[in-house]
Design a protein around this ligand. Structure first.
Ligand code: ADP
Ligand code: GLC
Length: 483
C-alpha cells in the first residue's frame, strides 16, 4: 500500500511540538509493517539540509507567488524513508519557525505557503509530478495540509482517498476570504457547508469537510471535539462527520525516549533505578537548585501557554513551595507566562529554575532528573511528554482531559491496591484543584517511598510504542481501499 504523509514538521529536521515527533515516528512504524510510505514536506532550510542528497523530481514553475518551485526527493535520516521536499526558496527559506517570523508573528503569506503544500500533495496524488510513484492514500496532518482534499477534488478524474489527522483543533488555519484568489479555490465551496468559517476561510475546516476519513490523536479527544467546550466552533462539523471520525492514540519512539539514553547523566532501567537520583542531582546542580530540598522535584517541558495550564501552575506555585518541593521549567511561549516563571525563579533561586528556550537535549535531562512531570492542560489532544515521563519513571501529574486521561492512571486507593496506578490526575481546571493534587503527590512522596517506587516501575513498564497505533492506521487505509 502506497501512502503519502503530508505535514509541515518532522523530527529531527524541523520541530515546534508533538506533530514533529509523530511525523518522525509514525511513517517508519508503518514502513516496518510493510507499507510503502513517503512524506511530503515544505522546503524549510532544516529539511533541505537534513534529507541527504536530493534528486530533482519535477520543475513546477511559478505557482502560489513563487517564481521557482522544484520538487525534489531525498531520504529521511535513520529510517531512510523517501521524502519529497518542495524547494521554493521565496516561500520557505526564511529565518524563524515554520509559521512565524523571528518577531513571533505569523508570516502574512502563510495561506500561500501551506496552500502550496496541499496543492503539491494533490498533484503527487494525480501522478502529474512523479509518475514513478503514485500514492493510493494521501494522509494529511493538521491545518497546514488541510486543503489537500480540496485540491484532490479539483481534479474530477482523480478518485484518491484521503485521511486527515487533527493534532490540535485550536489552530484552525484561518485566513481572510479574499485569499481564495491566491489559492485558486472554487467559488462553490466558499460557503458554510464548505470552507467558510464565519466569513473567513479555514484550512482546518477544509480537511474536516472534504477528507474521506478523519482521525485525531486520542480516543478521548475524538469524543471531546464533538462538544462545544472543546470544538473551537467546529464541533458541529465534527458531529456531522462523527461516523468517519476515530481516535488513534499517538505512540512513542522508545529508541529516542528511554532511560538508557546517552543524553542523561547516568542511565538506569526499571530493574535498576540507581541512576535516577544521579540524574536528579545533576539537574539540580545544572540549574543551581538546592540538593537538600524536602520535597520532590517537579518539572515542566512545554509550550508556555494557557492550553498547557501554565497560568494555573504559576498560581499554584506557592502551594508547591510550601511542601518543600522544587520546580524546573523548560519552555517558551507567551511573554507574560515567561516573565511570570522568570520572576518566580528570581525570588526562589534555591527551589525554582527556569530555562526559557527550546532545547531537545535538555528536555531529556528534565525527563530523567525530575520526580514528577506537570501537564495541567486545559485541553490536550494527546500529549507526548507524559508518555516520555512514564518511561523515565517520572510520574506525570496531569489534568483529566484529552489524551492525558487516556494514558495516565491515577494514584488512588483502588488503583494502588490493584497495581495499575501510574501518575496523579486532577479534574477541575483551577488553581485549587491543581494545588491540592500537588500537595497530595508531595505527601505520597514523603510518606511512602516503597509505594512510590512501585508506581515508578509500573509507569516504566507501560507500552505506548507505535505498534498498535500503526496497525490501526493500516486498518483504516485498508478499509478505504476495500482490501
Ligand atoms: P504540543 O505538541 O501540544 O506542544 P506534545 O506533548 O505533543 O505537545 O509535544 C511537545 C513536544 O515538544 C515534546 O517532544 C516535548 O519534549 C517538546 N518540547 C516542548 N517544549 C520544549 C522545549 N522548550 N525544549 C525542548 N523540547 C520541548
Ligand atoms: C498537538 C497537540 C498534542 C499532541 C501533538 C501530536 O500539538 O497539542 O496534544 O500530542 O499534537 O499529535
Amino acid at each position: 500500500m502506497r501512502i503519502l504523509h503530508v505535514a509541515s514538521e518532522i523530527f529531527p529536521l524541523v520541530k515546534t511540538g508533538g506533530l514533529a515527533d509523530v511525523l518522525g515516528s509514525l511513517p517508519p512504524a508503518l514502513a516496518r509493517r510493510g507499507l510503502d510510505v513517503r512524506v511530503l514536506l515544505p522546503g524549510f532550510q532544516g529539511v533541505l539540509d537534513g534529507l541527504g542528497k536530493l534528486r530533482a523530481v519535477e520543475r513546477v514553475g511559478p505557482v502560489f507567488g513563487a517564481a521557482s518551485v522544484n520538487l525534489r526527493l531525498g531520504r529521511l535520516p535513520d529510517s531512510e524513508l523517501p521524502a519529497y521536499v518542495i524547494d521554493a526558496p521565496f516561500l520557505f527559506r526564511r529565518e524563524g519557525n515554520p509559521y512565524t517570523g523571528a518577531d513571533g508573528r505569523d508570516w502574512n503569506d502563510n495561506h500561500r505557503r501551506f496552500g502550496l503544500l496541499a496543492w503539491t500533495a494533490a498533484h503527487l496524488a494525480s501522478g502529474e509530478l512523479d509518475p514513478a510513484w503514485i500514492p493510493e492514500v494521501v494522509h494529511a496532518h493538521d491545518w497546514h495540509a488541510g486543503l489537500t482534499p480540496v485540491y484532490i477534488m479539483q481534479n474530477p478524474g482523480l478518485k484518491m482517498p484521503s485521511v486527515f489527522t487533527i493534532h490540535n483543533l485550536a489552530f484552525r488555519g484561518i485566513f481572510p476570504m479574499d485569499c481564495h484568489y491566491d489559492l485558486d479555490l472554487p467559488m462553490r465551496r466558499l460557503n458554510p457547508r464548505g470552507l467558510e468559517f464565519h466569513g473567513n476561510i479555514s484550512f482546518m475546516k477544509a480537511g474536516l469537510v472534504y477528507s474521506s476519513r478523519i482521525t485525531t490523536v486520542s480516543p478521548n479527544y475524538a469524543r471531546e471535539i464533538c462538544t462545544p467546550e472543546f470544538g473551537f466552533g467546529l464541533d458541529g462539523v465534527m458531529r456531522d462527520r462523527a461516523g468517519d471520525l476515530s481516535g488513534i492514540l499517538n505512540g512513542v519512539d522508545y529508541a529516542v525516549w528511554n532511560p538508557g539514553d546517552a543524553k542523561i547523566a547516568k542511565s538506569y532501567s526499571v530493574d535498576d533505578l540507581a541512576g535516577k537520583p544521579v540524574c536528579k542531582r545533576a539537574l539540580q546542580l545544572e540549574f543551581g537548585l538546592s540538593t537538600e530540598a524536602r520535597g520532590p522535584l517537579f518539572a515542566v517541558v512545554s509550550r508556555l501557554t494557557s492550553q498547557k495550564g501554565m497560568d494555573l501552575l504559576l498560581a499554584a506555585l506557592p502551594e508547591l513551595l510550601q511542601e518543600g518541593a522544587q520546580l524546573a521549567v523548560l519552555g517558551t511561549g507567551d511573554g507574560d507566562l515567561e516573565a511570570g516563571f522568570r520572576y518566580a525563579a528570581s525570588v526562589n533561586p534555591d527551589n525554582v529554575a527556569v530555562c526559557i528556550g527550546y532545547d531537545e537535549s535538555m528536555s531529556h535531562r528534565f525527563m530523567a532528573g525530575a520526580d514528577i512531570l506537570l501537564v495541567p492542560s486545559r485541553f490536550e489532544p494527546c500529549g507526548l511528554t507524559q508518555l516520555y515521563a512514564l518511561r523515565y519513571g517520572t510520574l506525570p501529574l496531569v489534568r483529566r482531559v484529552g489524551g492525558l486521561a487516556d494514558t495516565v492512571v491515577d494514584v488512588n486507593g483502588e488503583n494502588l491496591a490493584n497495581g495499575t496506578a501510574t501518575g496523579f490526575v486532577f479534574g477541575e481546571a483551577s488553581r485549587q484543584a491543581l494545588g491540592a493534587r500537588i500537595r497530595e503527590a508531595c505527601a505520597f512522596h514523603r510518606n511512602d517511598a516503597h509505594g512510590w517506587t512501585k508506581v515508578q516501575q509500573r509507569a516504566m513498564r507501560q507500552d505506548f510504542s507505535w505498534d498498535d497505533s500503526a496497525a490501526n492506521y493500516e486498518r483504516l487505509y485498508r478499509g478505504l481501499l476495500g482490501r
